[in-house]
Design a protein around this ligand. Sequence first.
Ligand SMILES: Cc1cc2nc3c(=O)[nH]c(=O)nc-3n(C[C@H](O)[C@H](O)[C@H](O)COP(=O)(O)OP(=O)(O)OC[C@H]3O[C@@H](n4cnc5c(N)ncnc54)[C@H](O)[C@@H]3O)c2cc1C
Length: 426
Amino acid sequence: MKHVILGNGPAGVIAAETLRRAAPADDILLVGSEDAPPYSRMAIPYLLEGNIDESGTWLRKSPGHFDRLRIHEVRGRAVSLDSDGRRILFDDGHFESWDRLLIATGSHPVRPPIPGIDLPEVQTCWTLEDARAIARFATPGARVLQLGAGFIGCIIMEALAARGVELTVVEMGDRLVPRMMTPQAGGMIRKWVEDQGVRVVTNAGVSRIDCRASNDAPLDVTLSTGEVVVADLVIVAAGVAPNIAFLESTPVHVAKGVLVDDRLETSVPGIFAAGDVAEAPDLFTGAHLVAAIQPNAADQARVAALNMAGHETRLKGVLAINVLDTLGLISSSFGQWWGEEPERGGAGVEHVDAAAYRYLSLQFKDDVLIGATSIGLTEHVGALRGLIHGRVRLGEWKKRLLRSPLQFVDAYIARSQQPMALARSQ
Ligand SMILES: Cc1cc2nc3c(=O)[nH]c(=O)nc-3n(C[C@H](O)[C@H](O)[C@H](O)COP(=O)(O)OP(=O)(O)OC[C@H]3O[C@@H](n4cnc5c(N)ncnc54)[C@H](O)[C@@H]3O)c2cc1C
């Protein structure tokens, strides 16, 4: 049996290793399209801060790791797929055949169609190559304009601050992290970063980027408000899109990402998908969802690989979890953080302590917690995750939480830990 894994990010690597354990005699081909050993994008901020060098981003550090596991590594970019003939065409013109295929090609940053977006001083922050370019331009005192304040935009602020740049953040939404945080939480994160010297412009986009004549200020960045901001570097953090171009005109069903079932199999038997590229059933609604975070990539890769090896395994369902460190302020959002309509059993509660940067929003459907947003409650996010992921029936605790939301740890212990403790003592 020959398994081909397209993509050597966290999903691809974990799938290859899981396959090796589950199918010791099978052939495994791991294909990566970048000029680097398998690495973790999550580590890029640490690289930019200077805490690690490039080898610190590598997913597996011991030399010969993949050889020892008889995982054959290949460099190449898949450009098209023949699902009937079970072959993939690569950009160098060669074909590879497979018995089982895993699509783990991740996603790429979106570059909005703005005049000047392809200038060398305009960079995304996604690959090691991007990080090298940012490091060249983001020198102490450099004027950096960041376009977008979503998940990645907020994560990289710390690294930019550590490099001593003068940062302006421009966000289309009315607050920071608008697709993951409530208005209150987004507002608190904004205040936090502004207090640390970052300039934030919301409800605005970038209309054009022009080169200046003078050398010390290469770019004029015109905002949709008409304001012109001078910048040495523009970082585009305006969202990502799954890498699915090579699936065009194939029977593999795609929506936003590659649609998979709870075994991570696509619409074509024998072809699986995992990680940022996959759109898997949501834990609560069963609707398909791209949850582009590394723990999801790892979970999905394990399940996909076990099924590829013939061990029937199902994913419980994707829970969207985002934990953000924005210049030292930890925030998180879980599941359906925006809540549910009251006529569908929805109810919610907020606790706000703006002075202490502590915040909690709990969202219920009937007596189950379906979503939450938090700031500054780092030590207890495990309990929030446990309540939501476990779909714990809160019973009487729902009323208590609506009155005193911070009691969620007690609710977690009472409603999910106690039965286990009782079972253990019997
Ligand atoms: C700066 C930054 C910080 C982040 N911080 C966090 C964080 O704190 N927490 C968190 O959970 N997540 C974080 N993420 C997101 C996380 O990195 C991704 O969720 C994770 O990398 C997904 O893994 P993946 O294997 O699905 O995709 P990827 O890591 O993107 O790997 C996909 C691989 O496929 C290759 N590929 C693409 N197209 C093709 C093709 N046509 N043919 C062959 N190969 C191809 C790519 O080159 C790449 O090597 C961060 C991302 C960035 C950029």
